[in-house]
Structures are given as C-alpha cells and as structure tokens.
Design a protein around this ligand. Structure first.
Ligand SMILES: [Zn+2]
Length: 261
C-alpha cells in the first residue's frame, strides 16, 4: 500500500471507531414528544380495533410488563393500542408508545402468553432506547462522512474514490446492519425476561414464532423485513429459556399463582 493511501484508510478507521459506539446521544424527552405526536396521528388516521377483549388484554399485558421494565426507563408514559390491521405485526416508539395489530392477536389465537412475548420484545426496544441509539448512529455516519470529505478535499480524485468506497462499504455492511440485528437480539433476550418477570410463560415466545413461521412459509411478512429470521430467533430464545422459566416460576409464586409445569 502506498503511503498516500494509508492516511485515508486511517481516517476511515477513526471514523468507524467513532460510529461504532452504540450510545444514545439525542434527547429522550424530545424523541418522546415527537413520537407521541406521530402516534396520535396514527390513532386518528388508522382504524382501531373495536374488540373489547383484545383491547383489555393488550392493556393488561402492557401494564404488567411495563411495570417490570420501569426500572430500566423510569418516567415513561406507556400507551398500548390495538390497530385493526390484518398483518401480524407490532411496533414500539420512543417514549413508550406501543401498537399491536389485530392480525397478530388472531395469529396467536388470543393466547395471552404469546401476545405477551411480542409485547415484551417491543417494550424491551423502548426500555433499551434502541431508536435513540439507531438515530444517533445514523447521525454519526452522516457526521463521519462530512469529516472524511473535508479531510480528503485536497487529495486527488482516485484517492477520494478509494477512501469514499471503503468508508461506504464499512458503514453499510460492517456497522449499520449488524448493529440493528444486535438490537433485535437484545430485545429478544430482554423481552423474554420481562414477560417472564411479568408472570407470562416465556415458552410462548417459541410457540408464537413457530406459528408465524408456519403461516408465512411462502410470503415474506412485513415483520421479517425489520426482524430476524424466525429460525435463528427460536434457537436464540431457547438458549435463554432455562433462565426465563426460573424467573417466570418466581413471578408466579410471588403472585400466589401456580406456574405452568
Ligand atoms: Zn424488534
């Protein structure tokens, strides 16, 4: 490698180090305010479920699991809404706004433990401030690009192309994608423990994803575009199951209820 090429690669390396740190740098308060406004707009524009028992169930699950998650993100104004939509999907926004589609509850055959598995996952995304971290990362990528561009301005165009190309590939494949998968894993694990601590049978996470897998053998559902492959996810959940089951038994005993064997 020529000496003139070492400098741009060193700059890339520095930028990638900078981007790599997965910390949240935006204001949680302003993100919460913005997502509340967006969530209110969704509630006005989209049709909400009129199924009273579905609504009650989602609110009950939400209250119980958010109660567990509260220690990780105190002061969150949680809100749980059932949207009348056929896709089996759920989402969460910063500040504790959680949406569950009626199609997801139907896929779970109304099984409360299974719905709790999904809500636990969504609550974990919020409690771990994943949106803030993701947006902060995008900002760092943009900022890193500006720094690099400024540093390279005096170099000849072929050097700039090499450095820019390496930087682009690095940020897309090396950083951005695995980072998001890592968050999904974090949410799967934390969500499993949250729902178990809320007194929901954690094994329902596996049966739910098996149903999802069976139903969507051919069609790639919306949920999979932003969430990991269900096969890998089931294996990962199972690897955490002993610990989750112990938490569940503890929670059930504390509630004076009998845990599922
Ligand atoms: Zn997720």
């Amino acid at each position: 490698m020529k000496a003139s090429h070492i400098i741009p690669f060193f700059i890339c390396f520095l930028c990638l180090q900078f981007i790599g740190c997965g910390t949240a740098m935006l204001s949680d308060e302003s993100l919460a305010r913005r997502s509340k406004a967006q969530f209110d707009q969704m509630k006005n524009k989209q049709s909400l479920s009129s199924n009273a028992s579905h609504k009650k169930m989602v609110e009950r699950i939400g209250k119980r699991i958010a109660g567990v998650a509260q220690v990780d993100l105190p002061g969150t104004e949680w809100e749980f809404v059932v949207f009348q939509k056929s896709e089996a999907n759920a989402f969460a926004m910063p500040g504790g706004k959680v949406g569950v589609n009626s199609g997801l509850i139907e896929l779970a055959d109304g099984n409360e433990d299974e719905v709790a598995a999904v809500i636990g996952h969504e609550i974990a995304h919020v409690a771990m401030r994943h949106s803030n971290k993701r947006m902060s990362q995008a900002l760092r990528i943009a900022l890193g690009g500006v720094i690099l561009d400024t540093a390279m301005r005096k170099k000849n165009s072929s050097d700039r192309m090499i450095a820019g190309g390496a930087y682009g590939v690095g940020t897309t494949l090396g950083m951005a994608l695995p980072y998001s998968r890592e968050q999904e894993r974090e949410a799967d694990q934390r969500g499993l423990f949250y729902s178990a601590m809320g007194g929901y049978d954690p094994r329902a996470a596996v049966t739910f994803w098996e149903k999802m897998l069976k139903k969507n053998k051919r069609k790639m559902p919306e949920y999979f575009s932003t969430h990991p492959n269900p096969d890998n996810r089931i294996k990962f959940l199972q690897s955490n199951m002993n610990q989750a089951y112990a938490l569940y038994v503890e929670a059930k005993n504390a509630r004076g209820e009998t845990p599922n064997p």
